[in-house]
Write a new protein. Sequence first.
Length: 94
Amino acid sequence: MEKRASLIQLTEYVAENSGCSKAEAKRRIEMVLGGIVDLADIYPRVTIREFGTFKNKEYKGYVHNGTIGSPVEIPPRRVLTFSSSPKLIQELVE
């Protein structure tokens, strides 16, 4: 058994448990994930109750004095983080 699941395994799981084709399952998954990304671009947080919260974090750029002696400019960036809800954590523990 693999140590991680990919979109393939998630697609198969959704297809088997919803009675739709793998193509339709993949389309549905991509729609949900795309919606989360699109909403995270508009709102600072996207919360799915009893699952978790996606947070849009912005990091400022800075200059880092690298180990090679010359400063390295680190550009500003945005990242999407995820925090599990207490209910999801509890379900994973059980």
